[in-house]
Design a binder for this molecule. Structure first.
Ligand SMILES: *Cc1c(COP(=O)(O)O)cnc(C)c1O
Length: 355
């Protein structure tokens, strides 16, 4: 198996002359800036946002480089992880011709992004234990297969996928493997970032939306070879991360311990929540979770979902998703939120027992 980036790169992207922004041509911080048609007087807002932000977010990447132990030129930052996913389709998948493989039940954006880009999706379901069917996945690959999306810990099942299986896929595919590690902070499993050197066809995706608590800022990370990152940088919107977001993320990166502390609290709450949920007669199974949510099989997902909505508690009904029949996905909340949830579920459960 030999991976060649040139082989999967769309020819028009290889030939593309990227937009050259004013900030590309001169990157110094001091000077009289009369090059970008900005407002010289400042901003309407109290804070000043009149200057275009760094298109490559180098300050953030420098900090991330130290935290993640990977060179800055192997990092891409996007307007949410979803931007990185979309850019991969545009760089590597020819609409109406190429295909990607996804492994349901999994994160919905891979298929939506494929649909937007008119790229076919092949599906190979996970096993009943939500693990990879490596043989079937390899058999599904054809000459037009460009990307395989793997999510671990997986959303919505919550479990980590076996590393030996992930290795088999990466090692036996001559296209790109995207490993989505959105929930990696919640597990003891190590990230694949430390193994990027082994695999030239691997891109790892992480996000600031979950453990870091910055979902509203819209910023996601991608880690890959210098060559892959260069391509994505060539086709991204020039100023894809706002200056405000860059400021806030820089602040956050100074407080890794605060993130770690929130993660431990979430994990404690998860354990407690699971202990309380298990005895309820309406809950038939709680799947093992390496993430900040629990997938559980219940007696009647739709009814319980509706009941909770009436109680103003919003969970995710996954019962229409393959292998998730009668399943609800519950994000771990604060102690108070979890208690409110437990009160309502106990109330429903008591009615259920009487009927
Ligand atoms: C939440 C989530 C993301 C994060 O997406 P953002 O666009 O960065 O907010 C990515 N992948 C999975 C599997 C997720 O569940």
């Amino acid at each position: 198996m030999s991976f060649s980036l040139d082989k999967i790169l769309r020819p028009h992207i290889a030939a593309l002359q990227p937009y050259s922004s004013a900030r590309d041509e001169y990157s110094g911080k001091e000077g009289v800036f009369l090059d970008a048609n900005e407002n010289p007087f400042g901003s309407i807002s109290k804070e000043e946002y009149n200057r275009y932000p760094d298109p490559y977010q180098l300050d953030i990447k420098e900090k991330l480089s130290a935290i993640k132990n990977i060179p800055a030129n192997q990092i891409f930052l996007g307007n949410g992880s979803d931007e990185a996913i979309d850019l991969l389709f545009r760089a590597f998948c020819t609409p109406g011709k190429d295909n990607v493989i996804i492994l349901p039940p999994t994160y919905g954006m891979y298929e939506v992004s494929a649909g937007i880009n008119d790229v076919k999706v092949k599906k190979v379901n996970l096993t009943a234990e939500f693990q990879l069917r490596t043989q079937e996945i390899l058999e599904a690959i054809d000459e037009d297969t460009k990307i395989i999306f793997i999510c671990s810990p997986n959303n919505p099942s919550g479990n980590s996928l076996n590393r030996s299986d992930i290795d088999i896929i990466i090692n036996n595919f001559d296209g790109l493997v995207v490993l989505d590690e959105a929930y990696i902070d919640f597990t003891d499993e190590p990230s694949y970032i430390d193994r990027l050197g082994e695999f030239s066809n691997l891109m790892i995706i992480q996000t600031f939306s979950k453990a870091w608590g910055l979902a509203s800022l819209r910023i996601g990370m991608a880690f890959a070879s210098v060559e892959i990152i260069k391509i994505i940088n060539r086709i991204k919107p020039p100023y894809n991360i706002s200056g405000l977001t860059q400021e806030k993320v820089l602040e956050a990166l100074e407080q890794v311990d605060k993130k770690d502390e929130m993660v431990s609290r979430i994990l404690e709450e998860k354990k407690y929540l699971e202990e309380q949920l298990s005895p309820l007669p309406i809950i038939l199974h709680i799947y093992p979770s390496d993430a900040n949510f629990l997938l559980m099989k219940v007696t009647d997902a739709k009814k319980i979902y509706q009941f909770l909505i009436e109680e103003q508690i919003i969970v995710r009904d996954r019962s229409k998703v393959v292998l998730c029949e009668e399943c609800l996905r519950i994000t771990v909340g604060t102690e108070k939120e979890n208690n409110t949830l437990m009160e309502s579920l106990t109330k429903y459960s008591n009615q259920f027992e009487l009927s």
